[in-house]
Design a protein around this ligand. Sequence first.
Ligand code: AP5
Length: 237
Amino acid sequence: MKGSWVRAWLRYAGEAAKIMRLVFLGAPGVGKGTQADKAAVHYRIRKISTGDVLREAVRNQSSLGREAKEHMDQGRLVPDSVVIGLVQERLADPSCENGFILDGFPRTVPQADALGKVLVERSLPLDRVINFRVSREEIVKRLSGRRSCPKCQATYHLEFAPSKRGNLCERCGEALAQRSDDQREAIEMRLRVYEEQTAPLIDFYEKRQVLSHLNGAEAVDTVYHNLLKALETSQTA
Ligand code: AP5
């Protein structure tokens, strides 16, 4: 009994001590956010989703939100200068000292360069970049069926991950909504933008030997299991 308690404590302490600095890369809808939520809890590290930060600014109708909204609704990227500043600010926060997951950043080569510069300045290594891969057909299915909570950002899917409370968020009870950029036209544009501006980052990080590819087309729990396996085996790379 005592031995199992000690083993459990050592496992807890080991996981808690692990500092992970991660980037989750992939086309819209591959499941970056879903997996980032789970991994952030597991490693007790901060998740920074530029999409969530920008949507919050839009909801608050701040000047950033007003600038971002037009780009986001059309499925285009928000200008690098805006997004880089946001991420720099968050990475400087003490809550990132134990590590972080960047979900949806970087998305362009200038953003990746800016991230590299910040990390070098602070002598922080980037442990891993995970590239989630899912077919285009599956992506369209996932995005068109996605429903999100406008209040706490929890994500559901009408078919693959429905809320147990129907159209209400399981966590906070808010009515779920469809994102404005999950309409067909915006989805097409986001996929085009991904191919043109974000896909080159695969090569960028491959050259720096920090990239792992992951099949994101499996069930959520299977992807998560494989993600943890990939992170545990490639930490020192
Ligand atoms: P952002 O919010 O980052 O959108 P995205 O990258 O397009 O990614 P998504 O959130 O759509 O998908 P995801 O991969 O997180 O998948 P999810 O887990 O939700 O960005 C939105 C906009 O903000 C951009 O278009 C741009 O305008 C702007 N922006 C953001 N970052 C920027 C940057 N760095 N630079 C410039 N502009 C930026 O899953 C999707 C659905 O699938 C869910 O319903 C989920 O329940 C379901 N699902 C997930 N995994 C599985 C699975 N394994 N099996 C079945 N269903 C699954």
